[in-house]
Design a protein around this ligand. Structure first.
Ligand SMILES: [Zn+2]
Length: 166
């Protein structure tokens, strides 16, 4: 296949595909190559385009160079990086909630003693009056947590923010 950019006597530009150049000559000689705009079959080849594959979009010739150039200062469609931030998907409510969680966590960790693995023991001692009540935080296995809960000891899991797990 070969593509010809054609123009009729009235100046309408169009494109057409032909088996080969001989086929174009034959069809043109028989008046079968007509302008799609006005039907005029007095057409001439404009620029021959020997592209065999459909690498370019078909159907439209390049705009004539006399056309006004597109404004170069057009605003970009998007600012790079802005649309890709995952926080952009959070609703304001979620963001506020997340901030509150963070504040709570910071407040807790600032005002409580870190007791690490001794948390269940410490919590128990406080619960049974062996030591004074104070704020503590640490780690508890699921089993420890269940046991503490069963003993009626009130505690709360520290809020963990999704991107702060370690
Ligand atoms: Zn025409």
């Amino acid at each position: 296949m070969i593509r010809y950019a054609l123009a009729c006597a009235k100046g309408h530009a169009f494109e057409s595909w032909f088996q080969n150049s001989a086929a174009y000559d034959k069809q043109k000689a028989r008046g079968l190559v007509g302008c799609p705009v006005c039907g005029d079959n007095k057409v001439e080849k404009a620029i021959m385009s020997p592209r065999l594959s459909g690498a370019k979009k078909r159907g439209h010739a390049a705009p004539p160079p006399t056309e006004a150039p597109a404004p170069a200062s057009a605003a970009p469609a998007s600012v790079p990086g802005e649309a890709k931030a995952p926080v952009a998907l959070m609703s304001p409510q979620e963001r506020e909630f997340r901030t509150k969680l963070k504040e709570l966590r910071e407040h807790l960790t600032k005002n409580a003693d870190y007791v690490g693995q001794k948390f269940p023991d410490e919590a128990r001692k406080m619960h049974y009056g062996d030591i004074d009540h104070r704020s503590i935080y640490g780690e508890a296995s699921p089993q420890d947590a269940k046991a503490l809960h069963d003993e009626g000891i009130e505690f709360h899991p520290l809020p963990v923010l999704p991107d702060e797990r370690n």
